[in-house]
Write a protein that binds this ligand. Structure first.
Ligand SMILES: Cc1cc2nc3c(=O)[nH]c(=O)nc-3n(C[C@H](O)[C@H](O)[C@H](O)COP(=O)(O)OP(=O)(O)OC[C@H]3O[C@@H](n4cnc5c(N)ncnc54)[C@H](O)[C@@H]3O)c2cc1C
Length: 437
């Protein structure tokens, strides 16, 4: 097309899948453009995983300092400098983003195009900012944003959410968090440890709804011990019900697909606006693919990143890599919840034959020595084979420890491999072994 920039492949959204994919496709000989309307790195780098985990690290130090006497130490007063905590988290996020920016700065292929991208004509003609662009293939990696619930009065206040929390450098005295799932619970513990009074409002009968009830009950208990309050089965009629000057919205995410012009090319979406893909990440339109949070399915940085490997395999490789994969995940509360495979509820619904192996962390030597005895490990072991159907590691470093189960599951091996191995003493990894012994 005259006057247009022409590429083999245009990637829309510079989050977690597209930057490595752009480089890999360019290396394979394709001409590639990456369109980003705001910040490279997307949600994870700029306000999600990176700064939340940095902030949670500050909160953990405050928590440990308050527990100093448990270790025979005296720290008379713990003074939180909230502004400095937010600054540290922002700086760590910025460092990652700057690294990414630099890696694309002088690159001719892949070429970074700044601006909002949208399909404007069939045959894959896009508008990216001021530029007209054509592509033979397109990858949609536009991610999600906070879904704002319809609560009367909410539009009248300046509420916090996962996209703007870093802009707020004054610690809320009282904070109502709406939504008791991963983001809500991580942020609840963060603000509480910083010194806020926190109430979590959850409309479901228990928090962390996808988890087994014994797991979510244990998480609720340790958060309550730190002074966080819960309102379960909550029906919020008006923002006044919350009786809180500050509110944090954590009720879920919605896909950034509403302003992409997908109707121009006929790409199918589900009822929530997620792009429908098959196990190859192909949409119903040949040549259009989707990766990361914007396609239906698990919404994590590591799955978005794995989508990049799938698309390299599909677009320039032998096509053998697909979404048939084991997806672990974590909730970065303290103790952490590391998870893989089925919950007990799911395994029962499927009618599988298994036993539940459970190990309390207070029986592990290392956990006692470091004063981190909260939580337990729960593993579902298939009858006859002792294969791991699923595991929940609710423990200090639970997000790390669960990988022992993840790798054995990926090897299609039995838990007896872990049982019969020698694990170093004293370690938390001994608890992972004890649970399946
Ligand atoms: C508070 C929070 C904490 C999280 N913590 C974790 C965690 O600990 N571990 C974990 O695995 N996951 C975590 N996640 C989820 C993780 O951030 C996402 O799963 C991941 O970022 C998805 O990557 P993505 O590439 O699909 O989308 P994103 O990272 O959201 O990137 C999408 C990009 O597309 C751009 N874009 C959108 N539309 C257009 C357009 N039309 N034109 C041009 N550009 C466009 C956006 O600006 C954005 O940069 C967290 C999320 C949040 C919100």
């Amino acid at each position: 097309m005259a006057g247009a920039l022409n590429f083999d492949i245009v990637l829309i959204g510079g989050g977690q899948a597209a930057p490595p994919l752009a480089r890999a496709l360019a290396k394979a000989g394709k001409t590639v453009a990456l369109a980003e309307r705001k910040y490279l790195g997307g949600s994870c780098v700029n306000f999600g995983c990176t700064p939340t985990k940095a902030a949670i690290a500050s909160a953990r130090v405050a928590h440990l300092a308050r527990r100093a006497s448990d270790f025979g130490l005296r720290i008379p007063h713990v003074d939180v400098d909230f502004e400095a905590v937010i600054r540290r988290a922002s700086e760590i996020a910025l460092e990652s983003r700057t690294g990414l920016d630099r890696s694309f700065e002088n690159s001719g292929n892949p070429k970074l195009l700044r601006g909002h991208a949208r399909f404007v004509e069939p045959g894959f003609v896009l508008q990216v900012g001021e530029a007209r662009v054509t592509a033979k293939q397109v990858v949609i990696n536009t991610g999600t944003r906070t879904a704002i619930p319809d609560i009367p009065g909410l539009d009248k206040i300046k509420y916090l959410h996962s996209g703007n929390w870093l802009e707020r450098t004054r610690l809320p005295e009282r904070l109502a968090i709406i939504g008791g799932d991963y983001i809500g619970l991580e942020m609840a513990q963060f603000y509480r440890r910083m010194g806020s009074q926190v109430v979590v409002w959850e409309r479901g009968p228990h928090i962390a709804m996808k988890e087994d009830e014994d797991v979510s009950a244990a998480i609720q208990k340790f958060l309550e011990l730190e002074g966080i309050q819960f309102r379960l089965g909550a029906r919020i009629q008006s923002i006044d019900d919350l009786n809180s000057p500050d509110v944090f919205i954590a009720t879920g995410r919605k896909p950034n697909t509403d302003d992409l012009g997908l109707e121009t090319v006929g790409t199918e979406m589900d009822q929530h606006g997620y792009v429908i893909v098959d196990r190859r990440l192909a949409t119903n339109v040949t040549g259009i693919w989707a990766a990361g949070d914007a396609r239906g399915g698990p919404q994590f940085t590591h799955t978005a990143w794995d989508d990049y490997r799938i698309l390299v395999s599909q677009i320039t490789g032998d096509g053998s890599r697909t979404t048939d994969r084991i997806v672990p995940y974590a909730m970065f509360t303290d103790p952490e919840l590391g998870r893989v495979g089925m919950t007990e509820r799911e395994a029962r619904e499927k009618g599988l034959k298994f036993r539940v192996a459970r190990f309390e962390m207070n029986r592990n030597g290392k956990a006692r020595e470091i004063g981190e005895t909260g939580g337990f490990i729960k593993v579902l072991l298939e009858e006859g084979t002792e294969n791991i159907l699923g595991a929940a590691v609710l423990a200090v470093e639970g997000a790390e420890l669960v990988h022992l189960y993840v790798d054995v599951m990926n090897a299609r091996a039995s838990s007896t491999v872990i049982r019969d191995a020698i694990h170093i003493h004293p370690t938390l990894a001994e608890a992972v072994q004890s649970a399946v012994s």
